[in-house]
Design a protein around this ligand. Structure first.
Ligand SMILES: Cc1cc2nc3c(=O)[nH]c(=O)nc-3n(C[C@H](O)[C@H](O)[C@H](O)COP(=O)(O)OP(=O)(O)OC[C@H]3O[C@@H](n4cnc5c(N)ncnc54)[C@H](O)[C@@H]3O)c2cc1C
Length: 387
């Protein structure tokens, strides 16, 4: 039976025709073209179905909420629904689109020169070029401001040295957005694949986000031109601005992962017979399913409200922190409960729950850990910085 979504409070009625269309086309793509491939890719750690990239571009999934340069120009609710549907497939699929759109195209679109925009945005939107975002370092994740990567200016050239780690799509990327410390504070640079001194290597052995490539970027005396610096990106705030875009998408994406787990659990419990009757008919099971539906429904309301506020241009970054923190936490709890309800079957990759559960451990960590968002919100409430 086709996946029909989860919509207890008839939130569909609050969506425009365009928003529903964007969601439904991605839902169909994920069901027909992505899900039949996922098992093969998670069994091969660090492999992404690259053959789907042109199709993703055709659906307008790269930089979907950006305007011009071949981008789809969707509103933020439609964009969120797209992220939800991609993550219903796999967090790795949503991560691919999030990095390309929110972490590479967004900074070029917002802070790039006209030449940088013309050169990269149409190619990234069409999937002819792939991008990655290098902020995290081996010793600086949550505290990105402590980064050691340095860029030193020599006339109209810059020389970069340092290591970035845990970089999604690092070895696939034609262009890396690299953040480095300079005498003028932290600045962003576009580093092209093949630039002498720029090497990538993939991180293997991941239990989480297996259908996604995660790399280390090594920069040794890498020379780029002043024209490769993002001219409008000043300070760490610019890098954090990109993360805020991606985190917004994650708040929706987590709903997709939770929907997949809830849907799988309901179907499984209806079919599974224990002690003479369907598992779904047992009181303990129903208590678990009701808890899942209630959590999921609250998460949908949260994301939709944040999306509408973002479309009105009134979004505050703490609202995104709340939505990312709560919705990922919700999804992780639902994935764990679904895995539990599936019993032993829940631990194999013929079912989705454990794959989503393991993926969501990464989603809880990246784009600001659960704790970091707690501290951002704690500061907002009290006015006292505990971070
Ligand atoms: C699969 C994957 C893909 C990723 N992709 C990218 C990417 O494309 N680009 C990129 O730049 N980065 C990427 N990251 C990195 C990610 O953003 C970092 O892992 C994240 O910021 C956390 O940093 P850390 O791993 O160094 O953990 P740490 O910062 O060392 O945190 C470890 C623990 O300490 C807690 N903690 C941290 N600070 C405090 C504090 N002040 N008080 C209390 N507790 C605290 C954290 O919440 C966490 O529980 C990716 C990570 C993964 C796993």
């Amino acid at each position: 039976m086709a996946f029909e979504g989860v919509d207890f409070l008839r939130l569909d009625e609050l969506l425009s025709e365009e928003e529903r269309l964007a969601r439904d086309s991605v839902r169909e793509f994920v069901s027909r073209e992505f899900l039949p491939r996922i098992q093969e890719h998670i069994r091969r750690d660090g492999s992404f179905p690259m053959e789907l990239v042109p199709r993703m571009a055709e659906l307008g999934l790269f930089g979907a909420n950006l305007h011009g340069f071949g981008c789809a120009g969707m509103n933020n609710v439609a964009y969120g629904l797209v992220m939800q549907e991609l993550e219903r497939g796999d967090s790795g699929l949503r991560s691919f689109a999030s990095v390309q759109g929110s972490l590479v195209m967004y900074p070029i679109h917002t802070w790039g020169s006209d030449a940088q925009k013309e050169r990269w945005l149409p190619a990234l939107a069409a999937g002819r070029a792939i991008g990655c975002f290098g902020l995290t370092e081996p010793d600086f994740g949550s505290h990105a401001g402590g980064m050691l990567t340095k860029a030193v200016r020599h006339g109209d050239r810059w020389v970069l040295n340092g290591t970035k780690r845990w970089i999604t799509n690092g070895s696939l990327a034609d262009v890396a957005v690299v953040w480095a410390r300079t005498q003028d504070g932290i600045l962003g640079f576009l580093v092209e694949k093949g630039t002498p001194g720029f090497e990538t290597s993939d991180i293997k052995g991941k239990f989480s986000l297996r259908a996604s490539i995660t790399s280390e970027l090594a920069l040794q005396d890498v020379e780029v031109a002043e024209s490769d610096r993002l001219p409008g990106a000043e300070g760490l705030a610019a890098a954090l601005g990109c993360l805020n875009q991606a985190r917004y998408g994650i708040a929706w994406g987590a709903i997709g992962a939770a929907m997949a787990c809830y849907d799988e659990a309901v179907r499984y419990c209806r079919d599974r017979v224990v002690q003479g009757g369907p598992l779904a008919g047992k009181q303990l099971t129903q208590e678990k399913l009701v808890g899942m539906l209630a959590e999921l429904t609250k998460a949908q309301l949260l994301a939709l409200r944040v999306g509408r506020i973002k479309d009105e241009g009134r979004l505050h970054h703490t609202m995104v922190s709340l939505a990312k923190r709560e919705n990922v936490d919700m999804a992780l709890r639902i994935a764990r409960t679904a895995r539990d309800l599936l019993g032993a079957n829940g631990i194999v990759d013929d079912y989705q729950a454990m794959r989503h559960m393991l993926n969501l451990e990464t989603v809880r960590t990246y784009e600001g850990t659960h704790d970091v968002h707690t501290l951002i919100l704690g500061k907002h409430i009290t006015g006292l910085a505990a971070i």
